[in-house]
Design a protein around this ligand. Structure first.
Ligand code: SAM
Length: 293
């Protein structure tokens, strides 16, 4: 069965009296090589790191084309789909697998600590998804913040410009708050691009597959994580401004003069912008800011 055959997808949806929904970010893959490559990118990393049984959690299985590939590799697949009209379709397309469980829920409303916590002893857990574009950043941030320490990797397809942001460095790319935040938890790698003609309906922009390889244990030491993320958010709160001006506005309790001294103590010029600081610079800055009362 080829779940990416465009004729098959259209007939299946019409037989189940449903269609693709823009409101749920539904752009289904119609080239089998793409879900094969995404599943391979996820599972090969599990093989290089995993020691226990393998579990992959997929967000948004759609009609099940990526789920199908994941079910062929992983010991267990749990796929969370918000659109209940797709459930009878998934029963049909994935009926041959006894290692697949479908949950009808909004991923962003789930208690992720509890959900992932229930499997962490028995399984090495990966996340893999062709993400709905309208909630890419909230999903990635929720995974990093709530499932930290419980995941091996997150392999996701996102819009190319988002991928460039996730994988930027202080020297290259569109570095922002999410870039620095991801760097605290792991390393984001852009793997390959996917053109619009691989989707039904075709989106307006190119997509890219990114794998975030998560650290087992925190790599960077920081006194107060909340302060770190407040510092990162503050540094990018006003895109075109210097670090001094952005932080001066967002952290009201420290004078600009003192902020300038702290930035200089870290070895940066007064005109530096947030995108020049890597995650270890942000940790050092946050520790210094935390000492100020
Ligand atoms: N995996 C399929 C594929 O690659 O063809 C579908 C990917 S489509 C881009 C995104 C999927 O996420 C859709 O099936 C959509 O209904 C689902 N979705 C959207 N928002 C969701 C949410 N908050 N929680 C769970 N699933 C969601």
């Amino acid at each position: 069965m080829n779940l990416c055959d465009i004729g098959y997808v259209k007939r299946l949806m019409s037989r189940h009296q449903t269609g693709t929904k823009k409101s749920f970010g539904q752009n289904f893959l119609i080239n089998k090589q793409v879900p094969e490559a995404i599943a391979e990118a996820s599972y090969s990393y599990h093989l290089s790191r995993g020691q226990k049984k393998s579990l992959v959690v997929e967000i948004g299985p759609g009609i099940g084309c990526l789920t199908y590939e994941l079910a062929g590799c992983y010991d267990k697949v749990i796929a969370i789909e918000i659109d209940k009209t797709l459930l009878p379709i998934l029963d049909e397309t994935l009926g041959e697998f006894d290692n697949v469980e479908i949950i009808n829920n909004d991923f962003l409303k789930m208690n992720l600590e509890e959900f992932f916590g229930a499997y962490r002893e028995e399984y090495d857990i990966s996340v893999c998804a062709n993400l709905p574009y309208y909630i890419t950043t909230p999903i990635i941030m929720a995974l990093l913040e709530k499932a930290r320490g419980m995941l091996t990797s997150i392999t996701v397809m996102v819009q190319k410009e988002v991928a460039d942001r996730l994988c930027a460095t202080t020297k290259k790319g569109d570095y922002g708050a999410i870039t620095a935040s991801i760097a605290y938890y792991g390393e984001a790698k852009k793997l390959f691009d996917v053109s619009p003609d691989n989707f039904l309906p075709a989106p307006k922009v190119t997509s890219s597959v990114v794998r975030i390889e998560l650290y087992d244990k925190p790599k960077y030491k920081v006194n107060d994580e909340q302060m770190l993320f407040k510092t990162i958010q503050g540094a990018f709160s006003q895109r075109r401004k210097t670090l001094l001006n952005s932080l001066g506005t967002s952290l009201g309790n420290i004078s600009k003069e003192r902020l300038g001294e702290i930035i200089a103590e870290l070895g940066f010029d007064a005109s530096v912008r947030g995108e020049k600081l890597d995650i270890s610079d942000f940790c050092a800055l946050s520790d210094k800011l935390g000492e100020e009362k």
